[in-house]
Design a protein around this ligand. Structure first.
Ligand code: ZN
Length: 193
C-alpha cells in the first residue's frame, strides 16, 4: 500500500532499503516498484515546491530591481513608495467599501482615473477640461485638492492631511483610506457617460 502511494512519505525509504527480499512472495514486485518510486522522487513533492518557490523569489528579485532602477516620475510613483512585495499592503487587505469605490481609488492612485489629464493621453475623444471650468485641464491634483464640485467632501481629505499633501494622500494607508471615502461621498473620478 505504501508503494502504491506516489506522494512523498517516510515508508518509501523503508521500502527501498529493505534487505533480503528474494524468495518471499511479492517481494520481486515490491523491489521493482520501490526502484521506480525512488527514480521518480526528484520530480515529486518537495522538489516541485522548491522550484516554484525559487521561481517566485527570482521573479520578485527582478521586480524589486526594476522598481529601484525606474524613474520615480510617473503618476503612480506617489503611491508605489515601497519596493514590490507579494504581500498586499494594509489598505488593500483591510478595505471594506464597495467595488466601484475601490477600483476608482486604485485608478486614482495609479494615475489612471477618469480625469482629463488621463483622457488627453489615452482617450482623446473625451474632454480633458473639468466640468467646473472649460478652460482648465482636469488633473488628479485638481480633483483632489481644488475642484469646487467636490468641496462638500473635501473635509474627509483634510482630516487625513490638513495641507492636502498628495504625497501623504496617495502614499500612505491613512491617505488612501481618505481618498476612498472622498470618492464614495462625491462624484470624483467617475466616468461621465
Ligand atoms: Zn473642477
Amino acid at each position: 500500500m505504501a508503494i502504491y502511494d506516489t506522494s512523498p512519505h517516510p515508508s518509501q525509504d523503508a521500502v527501498s532499503w529493505s534487505p533480503g527480499h528474494s524468495g518471499i512472495r511479492g517481494n520481486e514486485r515490491a523491489d521493482t516498484l520501490a526502484k521506480a518510486a525512488a527514480a521518480q522522487r526528484p520530480f515529486i513533492g518537495s522538489t516541485i515546491a522548491w522550484a516554484k518557490a525559487n521561481a517566485k523569489a527570482k521573479a520578485l528579485e527582478q521586480w524589486v530591481k526594476q522598481w529601484k532602477e525606474s524613474a520615480k516620475t510617473s503618476p503612480s510613483a506617489l503611491s508605489l513608495t515601497h519596493p514590490p512585495s507579494y504581500k498586499l499592503a494594509k489598505f488593500h487587505r483591510t478595505f471594506t467599501g464597495n467595488r466601484r469605490t475601490y477600483s476608482h481609488t486604485i485608478q486614482a492612485s495609479l494615475g489612471h482615473a477618469f480625469v482629463g489629464e488621463y483622457f488627453s493621453c489615452f482617450v482623446p475623444r473625451l474632454p480633458s477640461s473639468c466640468p467646473c471650468d472649460d478652460t482648465l485641464l482636469q488633473t488628479r491634483a485638481h480633483v483632489l485638492t481644488e475642484c469646487p464640485l467636490h468641496e462638500h467632501a473635501r473635509h474627509i481629505l483634510r482630516e487625513a492631511s490638513s495641507s492636502l499633501s498628495l504625497d501623504f494622500l496617495l502614499g500612505t494607508q491613512k491617505g488612501l483610506a481618505a481618498i476612498a471615502k472622498f470618492i464614495q461621498h462625491s462624484t470624483a473620478f467617475r466616468r461621465h457617460d
